[in-house]
Design a protein around this ligand. Structure first.
Ligand SMILES: [Zn+2]
Length: 285
């Protein structure tokens, strides 16, 4: 996962821009009346996210748009605030949606690292935690596969996943993603999370939850399969096993240096360590 700097936008700034699109004066008055409650909720969110205790927020029931969530605002009101007044290009709130999207480094999804960040993910799903539907700290640029695949999960103490704005720097610094090569044709790679020995258990649990929540083992394996087809042609041009191992090892080191837990780093490291692969496993059958 790529850690991202927290949005510089304040919660009130985004909320005010979103409600400025509301034309019905009665509805607007209700949104205005809830603005202090929204601001207060955003401070509590920041405190919980920093302490990795977002699981302490109660999840609301599935459906039931009439549930009152914030001041007099219902779940449906808060959903509408996002769907219409933040996403819809006709309204002023949209500029903040675009700003959040543009914060993805090189346009890539911070969760998987290879998809294009074309959507905004609600870290706490809006269907379950509607109070945070337009709260900048809860909105993360993401690819559609990561966003859709995650669904509307309820966060529990032992399932709270890493948050790109709030996770410990060790998620990027320490190696925890490893691959294993199945030494049979066609070659496949299997990915796993391996917790560094000196990590506290809560950090390990969050990264493990993140890895599982986005189905990364299977999705990385698919990327790896096509990468191995490409690299095979190059390896065929290298005359000895030693050269092939050295080539794969060099790429592994470069990848680990650039993105410690990228799927390519783990793949090339595993390939370079497989004598079977470097001897003949790389050849298409
Ligand atoms: Zn993604």
């Amino acid at each position: 996962m790529k850690r991202l700097p927290r949005p510089i936008l304040t919660a009130s700034q985004v909320y005010d821009a979103c409600i400025s699109g509301v034309k019905d004066v009665t509805i607007l008055a209700r949104y205005k009346a809830a603005s202090k409650a929204f601001e207060a909720a955003s401070l509590v969110y920041e405190a919980h996210a920093s302490a990795h205790s977002l699981y302490q927020f109660p999840a609301c029931a599935w459906g039931k748009g009439e549930q009152v969530i914030l001041d007099s605002l219902t779940k449906a009101d808060l959903g509408e605030l996002y769907e219409s007044y933040m996403v819809n290009k006709r309204y002023p709130g949209r500029s903040y949606y675009d700003q959040l999207l543009a914060s993805a480094p090189l346009g890539k999804c911070p969760y998987c690292g290879f998809g294009q960040a074309t959507t905004v993910d609600h870290f706490l799903a809006k269907a379950r935690y509607p109070a945070f539907s337009v709260m900048p700290n809860n909105l993360v640029p993401a690819c559609s596969d990561c966003n859709k695949g995650k669904g509307s999960v309820i966060v529990l103490k032992d399932t709270e996943a890493s948050h790109p704005y709030f996770e410990d720097a060790r998620i990027e610094k320490d190696a925890w993603l490893f691959a294993t090569i199945a030494e049979s044709k066609p070659v496949t790679a299997t990915y796993a999370f391996v917790a560094p020995l000196d990590w506290p258990s809560d950090l390990s649990l969050r990264v493990k939850s993140y890895f599982g929540e986005f189905d990364l083992a299977d999705r990385f394996a698919i990327e790896a399969a096509s990468e191995m087809v490409s690299v095979s042609d190059y390896l065929t041009a290298l005359p000895t096993q030693r050269l092939r191992t050295a080539h794969l090892n060099l790429i592994a080191q470069m990848e680990r240096g650039q993105r410690t837990n990228g799927w390519k780093a783990a793949l090339y490291e595993a390939l370079s360590r497989s004598d079977w692969y470097c001897a003949s496993g790389y050849i298409h059958s």
